[in-house]
Each structure stands twice: as structure tokens, then as C-alpha cells.
Write a protein that binds this ligand. Structure first.
Ligand code: ADP
Length: 319
């Protein structure tokens, strides 16, 4: 009987639990021994691993966060830390590992791969910045959270006839800002992928005001600019009443959407299939409606494409 392990690593994302559930249940279905590692690579170094049963993943499909906990492990970046983790996996005779996380975690997976373990990556990050997949687990939930926030802000923005600048996550990408901005009807979307001109943002705002618009929402991706700075500049250039909101970590939490749960179930199950076939060195992706395995190397070489069509559309619709 093969023995495999599952861990969650890096930034958490809603839907990680649904992925853990899929990995555990699919493994048990195929009569594999499945173990859960706590706190990502930290747990491999500190030998925190326990057997998982069907009941270990009961009642978690709808919960945000990760029951295995997640962490960033500076120690795993060192040769000594990696050696500890590898020795532990060798002693425990673990044959395959499913790593649920972002691209940093997949680079960690690569280290284990080079030490002789089959690893399969399951992309989970609200930033959606992994090129092997159209969607990463957690992105859809984060977009819905931001859209819901925009709806609420829009109510108060209309009542007070104010301009709101909302800062969203995404690290050095603007995927959340773009898609949530499109869904929420933001007047301007500021992303790191596109150069922006605050004078142009202001003239767009003023055109709206002249047409009798009661409110404006400007979405800023954290990697593009500080919302505080953008808010101050808009106030200075337009004399409008401006408020700034930084959504922060609430974008990482909450009940995963049906889309994220289904995605997580499919990707998690496919990861186990790969390990059953004796394959590793791949991440699982969802591309153009298909679930497929992508070599880590291909993923490390490429950069996730920014949807310029959507960016242009958002700009046209917010005319
Ligand atoms: P994410 O997986 O969300 O991108 P990080 O980039 O923080 O998150 O990576 C998670 C962990 O993966 C890091 O704390 C580190 O332990 C490990 N890791 C990241 N990059 C590497 C690397 N180049 N080599 C080995 N391990 C890495």
C-alpha cells in the first residue's frame, strides 16, 4: 500500500479545505495511506504528521482556511532545513506528497522532487498568479468578497455622494482588482500591469460628476499603488470628498464559493491520480474547461497572462 502525504503551504486561500478533503477521500477510495502534515514545510521539518481518515475531513468542504494550517518556512529555504524534511519523509517512507499552495510552495516541492519524492502541486492562492491554470483555488471567493464589499460601499457612497478608493490584494498582480472591478462596476481600476495616470483617473471622475453621477468607486491593486496616496491625490486634484478603504486579509477568509469547492475537489482528486500513476513534478491546472497536469518547469518559466480584453472592457463599460 502506498503512503502519501498532503500539506497546505504559503498564503491561505478559501477552498484549501475542500482540496484537502478531495485528496484524503480520493486516496482512501484507492486504498492509499494518507497523512496530513501540519503547517506546510514547517511540519515536515518539525515532524508534525498524522494519519487521516474519512472522518478527518468531514464537515470542512464549506469552511475557509485550512484545517492543516499553513505557514511560510524560512528554514525550508536552507539546505539544513531541507535535509531535516527529507530525512523525515524517508524515515516515514512517504512515497508521494500533494502540496496545496502557490508558486513558492511549488518551488519547495521541487526540492523534494529532486530528493526522490513524487510531488504534485495544487494551485491555491487568491492572487490567481499561477500560469498553469485559468483559476487558482480561492480566487473566485476573493473576487466575490471584493464584489460584495463594492456593493456595500456603493450604497453609502451614493447616500453621501462620495468617491471611494478601495485597495485590494493580489501581491504584484492585478487579477483580483480587474475581475472584481468588472463585477462591481468600478469607475477606474488601477493595476500593476498597466501604467496609470492619476490625472486621467480624475478627469474620468469629473466627467461622471458632470453627468450627475452620485458616487465613484476606484479599485487599486496593492501592487500598483497605495490607496491612501491615490485617495490623497484625487482629493487634491478634484476637491471631491474621498474615502479610502483597505480590504486587507478579509479577502483571504470566508466560505468558499461553489466554484472554488468544485475546482478544489477536481484538482485535489486529479493530484492523487497522478501519484497513483507514479508521476510527480507537475502541478494540476484548470485550463479552458479541462483539468490537466503541467510540469513545474513550464510553470516556473511562464507568467500568468493578464486579461487585457477584460481590462479594456472594464474601461469601456465605466465610460
Ligand atoms: P506561496 O506558496 O503562497 O507562493 P511562499 O512564496 O511564501 O507562498 O512559499 C511558501 C514556502 O515555500 C516558503 O515559506 C518556503 O518554505 C517554500 N519555498 C518558497 N520558495 C522556495 C524555493 N525557491 N526553494 C525552496 N522552498 C521554497
Amino acid at each position: 500500500m502506498k503512503k502519501i502525504a498532503v500539506l497546505t503551504s504559503g498564503g491561505d486561500a478559501p477552498g484549501m479545505n475542500a482540496a484537502i478533503r478531495a485528496v484524503v477521500r480520493k486516496s482512501i477510495y484507492h486504498r492509499l495511506k494518507i497523512y496530513g502534515v501540519r503547517r506546510g514545510f514547517v511540519g515536515l521539518i518539525n515532524r508534525e504528521m498524522h494519519p487521516m481518515q474519512l472522518s478527518s475531513v468531514a464537515d470542512i468542504i464549506h469552511r475557509g482556511g485550512t484545517i492543516l494550517h499553513t505557514a511560510r518556512s524560512p528554514e525550508f529555504l536552507t539546505k539544513e532545513g531541507q535535509k531535516k524534511a527529507i530525512e523525515f519523509l524517508q524515515e516515514e517512507k512517504v512515497e508521494g506528497i500533494v502540496i496545496i499552495g502557490g508558486d513558492g510552495s511549488f518551488r519547495g516541492a521541487r526540492v523534494l522532487e529532486e530528493a526522490g519524492f513524487n510531488t504534485v502541486g495544487v494551485p491555491a492562492t487568491i492572487d490567481n498568479d499561477i500560469p498553469c491554470t485559468d483559476f487558482c483555488i480561492g480566487f473566485d471567493t476573493a473576487v466575490n468578497t471584493v464584489t460584495d464589499a463594492i456593493n456595500k460601499v456603493r450604497d453609502t457612497a451614493t447616500s453621501h455622494e462620495r468617491t471611494y478608493v478601495i485597495e485590494v490584494m493580489g501581491r504584484n498582480t492585478g487579477h483580483i482588482a480587474l475581475i472584481a472591478g468588472l463585477a462591481g462596476g468600478a469607475e477606474s481600476i488601477i493595476v500593476p500591469e498597466a501604467p496609470f495616470d492619476l490625472a486621467e483617473v480624475c478627469s474620468r471622475l469629473m466627467r461622471g460628476v458632470q453627468r450627475g453621477k452620485l458616487h465613484s468607486i476606484i479599485l487599486v491593486a496593492e501592487g500598483a499603488a497605495s490607496a491612501m496616496h491615490v485617495g490623497d491625490e484625487i482629493k487634491r486634484l478634484t476637491q471631491l470628498e474621498v474615502r479610502v478603504i483597505i480590504l486587507g486579509h478579509l479577502q483571504r477568509g470566508g466560505t468558499p464559493t461553489a466554484f472554488d469547492r468544485i475546482l478544489a475537489s477536481r484538482l485535489g482528486a486529479k493530484a492523487v491520480d497522478l501519484l497513483l500513476e507514479g508521476q510527480g513534478d507537475h502541478a494540476i491546472g484548470y485550463c479552458k474547461g479541462e483539468i490537466k497536469a503541467v510540469p513545474y518547469d513550464e510553470l516556473f518559466k511562464n507568467k500568468k497572462e493578464f486579461s487585457w480584453d477584460d481590462y479594456q472592457l472594464a474601461s469601456i463599460l465605466a465610460i
